[in-house]
Ligand binder design. Structure first.
Ligand SMILES: Cc1ncc(C[n+]2csc(CCOP(=O)(O)OP(=O)(O)O)c2C)c(N)n1
Length: 557
């Protein structure tokens, strides 16, 4: 076999960064990579494992899920311009999910779009809006240096995708250059929060009568879940969290769940007199939820620039660039020292009031769901309740439900760090591929993905299920099948039934058959009484090693 010197060196760089998988779809570009990986594996040498994804969207999405569950940097390898285009909106999701992924192609495109040397014209323009850095290897540049730089940029917080285009002759180079070592790049230290500024922030928070903590992705550091509980309890402040991660348990008395889709309209934002935003990418509020004029906003984030969000709206009064996993405990320490016994007593009373409100609301949601036990068609409430009953605390929920997102958020309890992973971006179709990547990262955990019928199809389910079966990474996909694009339907104010306006999927496909066509177990349910038993059967299939799809026919939108 030929030895590809450059590729051997690239594999060493991947090994040094703890890369476990190369999610790929083939072209001439990755032949040397795949050949070298298989040679390493045959010889028992350490190298990432190649995971063939039958669609590039799934390759990038699986990398996204794998990062969320493992925290490891990712590598995706696709075929030139065409493979890059096929990644599509999965790259937008990876950008907003802050996924440290290096993805590379060769810079030879399809003949119609290349120059006489076979080089594509500025391939990076396709992705420039969605990456931290894109680079085409120039003559005389050292590929190893560039690869190390790519990892350094992708993994420096805020993390994000990096795109490399590489000349074919460099990829196929057969000189043995593994001895050649380019120096490692130093990693930037993550800033500590400035103690004086934290102290100023605590003054505002202690004084506030109606404080609110809002968090987006602080739970990526698993220990931050516990420290955020301590902070919220010290302050007796409610916590609104996106569903991107378990940032705060939704069972906690101070939890006030914020789903991404309704973030703008949350009434708690309109009444708060102090907002502490932590690792949060959304505008604090937009119409119709106007903030109080006198609200004070403190924002702690590793990403204070928010590149790609041109207008932020209301700006923070105090902005702290810091690693939240260290800033949250530091803030709590200062608070605990500063709160007077008298104020502590008042805060305790506030805690009791918020706890009562939370418990009441939580009981109402649960009772409502149970009251749908016999309702036909099946309701999203009943389905979510049954899922909650069927899972254990360690099950990882991979969630991209859209119109039922708030129902899922209230009825599926997640308490342990890392057991809820959702898509920070807006491209639908994330859940099937992400679940594949999550299961590869967490083979001992049960992985359940939740999505609408629209999302299932956008997510290239055949590609994801095939890989899940072939690579023994079985997960259960549950379809909240409302036979249409519920979120879009909600935007139509009138419907005249003259034709399909574009939001209904009447006579829908039988999605369970997509499963059985792809070495997976498929089941469709229409009766609410069948939901618990169908869930049980699907989960036992998954335990036996087979991916499963449960198509739950809900009330059409
Ligand atoms: C790739 C992509 N295409 C279109 C949209 C616009 N869009 C937003 S929500 C939505 C409906 C998704 O349907 P489904 O996943 O079934 O969820 P539902 O709204 O029915 O709950 C669509 C089409 C999008 N966000 N991403």
């Amino acid at each position: 076999m030929k030895e590809y010197g450059n590729i051997k060196a690239l594999i060493e760089v991947m090994n040094a960064h703890g890369v476990e998988y190369v999610f790929f779809n083939p072209g001439i570009d990755n032949v040397p990579v795949l050949e070298t990986i298989s040679k390493y594996s045959a010889e028992g040498k350490k190298s990432p494992r190649g995971i063939l994804c039958l669609d590039e969207f799934v390759a990038m999405t699986a990398a996204h899920g794998n990062y969320m569950a493992s925290g490891r940097p990712q590598v995706v390898s696709v075929h030139s311009e065409l493979g890059t285009l096929q990644i599509g909106g999965a790259l937008h999701n990876a950008q907003w999910g802050k996924v440290p992924v290096v993805f590379f192609t060769e810079n030879q495109g399809p003949p119609q779009r290349t120059n006489w040397r076979g080089e594509a014209f500025d391939q990076g323009t396709m992705v420039r809006n969605f990456v931290k850095w894109d680079h085409q290897l120039a003559a005389g540049e050292d590929i190893i240096d560039i690869f190390k730089k790519a990892f350094n940029i992708a993994t420096t917080e805020p993390c994000g995708p990096v795109y490399l285009t590489l000349p074919r002759e460099v990829l196929w180079d057969d000189k043995n250059i593994t001895e050649k070592t380019s120096p490692d790049i130093a990693r930037a230290a993550i800033p500590e929060a400035d103690a004086e500024t934290l102290d100023k922030a605590t003054g505002i928070l202690i004084e506030a009568e109606d404080p609110l903590i809002v968090t987006g992705y602080s739970g990526r550091n698993l220990e931050s879940v516990d420290s955020l509980i301590k902070l919220a309890e010290a302050l007796s402040s409610r916590v609104l969290t996106t569903d991107i991660r378990v940032n705060f348990p939704n069972t906690h008395p101070l939890s006030a769940y914020l789903s991404v889709a309704v973030g703008y309209g949350n009434p708690l934002l309109t009444t708060a007199d102090a907002i502490l935003a932590i690792d949060y990418d959304m505008h604090y509020a937009g119409p119709p939820a106007a903030l109080r004029k006198d609200v004070k906003i403190i924002h702690i984030d590793i990403d204070t620039v928010k590149k790609g969000v041109p207008l932020w709206g209301r700006k923070p009064d105090i902005l702290i660039k810091a690693d939240s996993s260290r800033a949250i405990p530091a803030l709590t320490d200062i608070l605990n020292k500063k709160i007077t016994p008298e104020r502590r007593k008042q805060l305790k009373e506030r805690f009791s009031r918020l706890e009562t409100e939370h418990n009441k609301l939580s009981d109402e949601w649960r009772e409502l769901a149970k009251s749908h036990a016999k309702r036909k068609p099946i309701s999203a409430h009943w389905l979510s309740h049954c899922i909650n009953e069927a899972i254990d605390d360690d099950t990882i929920i991979v969630n991209q439900t859209i119109s039922p997102a708030t129902i899922v958020a209230h009825l599926i309890e997640r308490t342990r760090p890392g057991t809820l992973l959702s898509c920070a971006g807006g491209c639908i179709g994330w859940a099937p591929g992400a679940a594949l990547g999550v299961k590869l990262a967490a083979p001992d955990k049960t992985v359940i993905s939740l999505m609408g019928d629209g999302a299932f199809i956008y997510g290239c389910p055949e590609a994801s299920l095939w890989s899940a079966s072939f690579y023994k990474a079985p997960y259960l996909a549950i379809i909240y099948d409302n036979q249409g694009y519920g979120a879009i339907k909600g935007l139509f104010s009138e419907k005249y039934d003259v034709d399909n306006m574009g939001a209904d999927i009447p006579t829908p496909p039988d999605y369970s058959k997509i499963a059985s066509a792809n070495n997976a177990y498929g089941r469709m349910v229409e009766d609410p009484a069948d939901v618990p038993v169908a869930l049980k059967d699907c989960l036992s299939m998954v335990k036996s090693g087979k991916p499963a799809v449960l198509d739950v026919r809900l009330q059409p939108v």
